[in-house]
Every structure is written in C-alpha cells, then in structure tokens.
Design a protein around this ligand. Structure first.
Ligand code: HEM
Length: 321
C-alpha cells in the first residue's frame, strides 16, 4: 500500500496506512519532525485506534505472539484449589521451575551427545547455559521466600500429598547428573509413560560417565571397570579418573579442552548445590521442621541431600594441587 502525503507528515487522517513512515528510523522510531507532527495531531484529533508505530496490529490472518508460544494452555494451567491468595505464587513458582528444568534437560541431553561425538565447544556452550539456568532458579527462591509460615499453613491442605519429590523432570536431572537411586522410580509407577523416561535415565550413562569415557579416548588410563559398569549405581570415586584430572589441572595448556570441561562441570555442580541449599533454607523458613507433603521428615531429608557429590574426583583433586 502506498503512503498518503497526509499520513507521511504524521497527520493521521483517513485513509489509514500501516506502511513505514517516511523519514522514520528503520527500527520503528519516528523522526523528530514526524514525532512533533504526531504530538500536534494528537492534540487536535482523536487517536487512531488502528495504527501504532507501524506495528502489525491485526492477527486475524497471521500467527501472533500468543499463538507461537501456546500461551492459552500455559496461562490457563493455574488451578488453585483454595481461595487463598498465596496459592497462585506457589503454583507459578513450581511451574516455572519445571519449565526451566525442561530446558536444562534438553541442553544436557544435547551436551551429552556432543561429548559422545567429541564435539566439545558446543558442549561447553550448552553446559554454561545449564549453569545459568540453575543460577536463575537459585535466585527464584527469593520470590517464594516472601511466603510466610502462616500463609503456607492456610494453603497447605490444598497440596494433599503432592511434593516436588515426585517431579519426574527433577529425578531425570539428578540421574543425568549421576545421582542414581532406583527407589526414586516408584513415585512414577502410576504413570507408565513417565516411568519409562525416568527409568531410561536411570539405566543410561550419566553426563559425567560420558566425560570419563572422553578422558579414556584422550589417552588417559582409566580403569575398565569405570568405563563399563552398572549405570544404575551412583557415581563412584575412581582413583584412575582422579589421576587423569590431576594431570589435566597440572598441565592445563596441554589439555585445554579437558581443563575447560572440568571447570564447566564444577560450575554446574556449584550452582546445583546452591539450589539445594536455598531450597532447604526456604523450606526451614516456611515450614520449620514439619514433615513434608511427600512424607519425608522434611528439612532433615533435604539437608542430607546437601551431602550428595556429583563429580567426586573433580572436588578431591583440588586438595592435591
Ligand atoms: C513452600 C515451598 C516449598 C516447601 C515447603 C517444600 C518442601 C519440600 C520438602 C519437605 C521436600 C522433601 C520431600 C517431602 O517430604 O515432601 C521437598 C522436596 C523437593 N522439592 Fe520442595 N518445597 C517447596 C518448594 C519447592 C519448589 C518451588 C520446587 C521447585 C520445583 C521444589 C522442588 C522439590 C524437589 C525437586 C524435591 C525433591 C528433592 C530431593 O529428593 O532431593 N520445592 N520439598
């Protein structure tokens, strides 16, 4: 559509036009002249409800933001079971955490394949992203911490026996990071589709197991029992793996990629530990030492989880340097 002289000067008489204003900046900003003309026009004429800064305003025939992002199902998936004001915060905090976990898993799975194929630079990029996701989840605890014990107590009955303990994505994340525990499959047995996914993560080598295989491919003498083992068991401490990391840290310039991998992994575990820590402190702040909705003894259970070490040799080797 061609631009009429009147709309080009900023006077929005009819006919209405959606083409870029002449003299306007290519990023959608108008020139000073045009803006001044607009200001004058807005004093004299009613605002034109069919045009705004050349933006597309009609989505009857094309995909909109909400369409692309499937916002209808997402924004209609909050169903508080009480009239308690604070239940919405509780639901959205968990739902957003699950969305970020989805991305973390997506990145970790791709990073594991990249390591398997010896493509380390893309793996570093993805690992860095997972660490930033975890850092963001650490910060997110501050929002939940605005909930007081009295506020939680009044919505607690709505939760029934549901608990983050039953998060299948969280369990897959733990398994992918090597914290294997077959007992954690059980909460998913009522959902065969989810059970299958969690079980597959239990049975598969963890991300770190792939990295240990990488060490072997790069010429380090890794014990055969570490390269093929029962993957359903948690990550063992292995002397040959620790010796490999020691060599890497003593001669970073000779093993730069492995050195970078080691630091990416420490970054990731550091962020994960902080997430666990903020969880337990937020929980203590809100429910004290009450039992969890999932049936554990609550804060003491979560404190015990602070002792989990995902990449044991990478922490031990520091003492030797
Ligand atoms: C007021 C807020 C919260 C309270 C009081 C709380 C409390 C608890 C408690 C007591 C447990 C131990 C299991 C149980 O007996 O239930 C637990 C586990 C868990 N919670 Fe939370 N939680 C809160 C918020 C969250 C949020 C926002 C998330 C994010 C997804 C989350 C994720 C988890 C996960 C993944 C576990 C399992 C941890 C593990 O097994 O190591 N929690 N929570």
């Amino acid at each position: 559509m061609s631009k009429s002289p009147s709309s080009a000067s900023g006077h929005h008489d009819t006919p209405v036009d959606t083409a870029p204003a002449q003299g306007g900046c290519p990023f959608g900003h108008q020139s000073a002249d045009t803006a001044a003309g607009d200001a004058k026009a807005s004093q004299n004429a009613p605002a034109d409800a069919t045009q705004w800064h050349d933006a597309q305003l009609d989505f009857s025939k094309s995909m909109s933001y909400g369409d692309y992002l499937s916002l209808d199902p997402i924004l209609n998936a909050q169903h508080p079971r009480s009239t308690d004001h604070n239940e919405m915060l509780f639901i959205i905090q968990h739902q957003t955490s699950e969305l970020w976990m989805k991305l973390a898993l997506y990145e970790l799975q791709a990073a594991r394949s990249a390591v398997h194929n010896d493509e380390l630079p893309p793996a570093f990029k993805m690992l860095a992203r997972v660490s930033r996701i975890l850092e963001q989840l650490v910060q997110a605890w501050s929002v939940l911490a605005t909930m007081t014990p009295s506020e939680y107590s009044s919505m607690r009955p709505s939760l029934g026996s549901s608990s983050g303990f039953q998060s299948y994505q969280y369990r897959i994340l733990e398994f992918m990071l090597g914290n294997k525990n077959a007992a954690m499959l059980k909460p998913h047995s009522h959902r065969p589709d989810l059970f299958q996914q969690v079980e597959a993560a239990l049975n598969a080598p963890s991300f770190y197991d792939e990295v240990v295989r990488l060490l072997a491919r790069r010429g380090f003498a890794i014990a055969p029992s570490r390269l093929e083992r029962d993957w359903t068991q948690p990550t063992p401490h292995d002397a040959t793996v620790e010796a490999a990391w020691l060599e890497v840290y003593r001669n970073p310039s000779q093993h730069w990629e492995l050195y970078e991998m080691a630091e990416e992994l420490v970054d990731l575990e550091d962020a994960f530990r902080q997430w666990r820590f903020r969880h337990v402190t937020t929980v203590e702040r809100i429910i004290g030492f009450k039992q969890g909705t999932g049936g554990t003894n609550g804060a003491p259970y979560l404190r015990k989880m602070l002792d989990v070490v995902l990449f044991p040799e990478l922490w031990h080797v520091r003492t030797l340097l």
